[in-house]
Write a protein that binds this ligand. Structure first.
Ligand code: FMN
Length: 435
């Protein structure tokens, strides 16, 4: 069977597929990028380079992960800096890599300060044979203190000026990587467009403070007892990234490279529906390795076939007409919670959630008619720190532990569905379909 081509054109550049390694540790050397290309990535953004005189003094450790329940890395906080490698050496590798991998797209990320420096670094990157340039106006730590990184991307005027310097200095397409640490990215992306850059990369990391060690009172990652606010990435930031991609794609109309929290082909497809022309990945590659591109490509291919689409480009922005203002949402459409008793494991999570986070519309069948407190005592649901006596895993759930929904009380908020541990067990049905 003929397989759908995953090739895309983005900012006038042809990519074998839309999956691109983001500027980060996985792209800090030619050997690593080559392994990524061998695995199947369509492109790579070389980790951000500065000119020879820019001092890059790394700290260690520079990363800490956010755990939640049994998940090890729902987010990653880093206080890494731009690459500490010598730009001459890296640009030499860029030239070689381009010869070895003419089909894959090599984008070089860079950061500078003055007009002369931006011009110089852009011309050197172009001279090395890069297909595209990505300017980081977005690193939230370490560089803003020196007038670089997000200090630029948080200011529309500085963004315009610097994007113009670079766009006018070279002939290859220039992407400007913007920061989510702003209220609204659109006016800034508009300046990128007016400056003549080819596109926007959204987003860099979200500025955050991961947490404190409760023994030492040190923030994390702890560098000899001290830390600093850093950049948060990984699955937890996907909604933030999608929002900025959609905002810019819909209201500014400039090509967008989407990045932030992508792990699976589904995430990638969602970014394209939000308007991204290519999709970059960092934290998931660090966590699971370059080979995740196989799942991205296979899944995307099956998805396109399933939808009868002939190219990933057919997805770009296709979700945007359905993204409307709050006031434009229907008030006619009403749903109500519904439990599939054959799937229910009797854990009681929905009973607790509806009591304390909803409208007290769910109780156990065995407690129907009893006080809410009785119903919840019977639920004995595990709390956020574990414990409890949920019936999870038991062969058959006693009828008394099957939740019943009071349709009159249920306002269809949907919260119970979000916490039900069994896929498809608790769903929202249109009111007309119920009963
Ligand atoms: C350890 C680390 C280092 C990074 N270094 C850079 C960098 O040098 N330049 C850059 O533009 N972005 C850098 N990023 C940001 C990523 O390219 C990406 O925008 C961000 O992590 C969000 O994507 P993700 O959720 O897929 O990780 C870095 C991210 C991490 C985790």
């Amino acid at each position: 069977m003929k397989r759908t081509s995953l090739a895309v054109d983005f900012c006038g550049v042809h990519f074998p597929n839309p999956f691109v390694l983001a500027a980060a540790p996985p792209t800090d050397s030619a050997d690593m990028i080559a392994r990524g290309f061998d695995a199947g990535w369509g492109g790579a953004v070389v980790k951000t380079l500065g000119l020879e005189h820019v001092e890059v003094n790394l700290v260690s450790p520079m990363m800490s992960g956010l755990k939640y329940e049994d998940k090890n890395l729902i987010g990653l906080e880093n206080i890494d800096l731009i690459s500490d490698r010598d730009i001459r050496e890296v640009l030499g590798e860029v030239t070689d890599l381009k010869k070895r991998y003419p089909e894959q797209v090599l984008i070089v990320s860079m950061m500078a300060s003055t007009e002369d420096e931006w011009n110089e670094i852009a011309r050197r990157v172009e001279g090395a044979g890069a297909d595209m340039i990505e300017c980081s106006f977005s690193c939230p730590h370490g560089m803003p203190e020196r007038g670089m990184g997000s200090a630029v991307g948080q200011d529309a005027g500085l963004t315009y000026e610097r994007a113009k310097w670079v766009a006018e200095a070279v002939d290859i397409p220039v992407l400007i990587k913007l920061t989510p640490n702003v209220t609204d990215m659109r006016p800034i992306a508009q300046k990128v467009k007016e400056a003549g850059a080819a596109g926007v990369t959204a987003i860099n990391t979200v500025k955050g403070l991961l947490g404190f060690d409760l023994d030492t009172f040190s923030p994390m990652p702890s560098v000899w007892g001290k830390s600093t606010e850093g950049g948060f990435s990984g699955p937890a930031i996907k909604p933030i990234a999608l929002r900025f991609v959609a905002d810019v794609a819909r209201d500014v109309g400039i090509p967008v490279a989407g990045v932030g929290g992508v792990v699976t082909w589904r995430d990638a497809a969602e970014f394209m529906l939000a308007g991204a022309g290519i999709v970059q990945v960092c934290t998931a590659v660090m966590r699971y390795g370059y080979d995740i591109v196989e799942e991205l490509a296979e899944g995307m291919q099956m998805f396109l076939d399933d939808k009868g689409l002939s190219s990933p480009m057919d997805l770009i922005g296709k979700g945007l007409p359905n993204l409307v203002s709050h006031e434009a949402l229907s008030r006619e459409y009403k749903v109500v919670a519904s439990v599939d008793k054959d799937l229910c494991i009797g854990c009681g999570a929905c009973v607790i959630a509806c009591r304390d986070g909803g409208h007290q519309a769910i109780e156990f069948r065995g407690n129907a008619g009893a006080s809410t407190d009785d119903a919840v005592t019977a639920a004995a649901t595990p709390g956020p720190t574990g414990g409890g006596t949920a019936a999870e895993g038991t062969e058959s759930v006693p009828d008394s532990r099957i939740p019943v929904i009071d349709d009159e009380k249920c306002i269809g908020c949907g919260f119970c569905r979000t916490i039900c541990p069994v896929e498809g067990c608790l769903t929202m049905k249109e009111r007309e379909q119920v009963g």
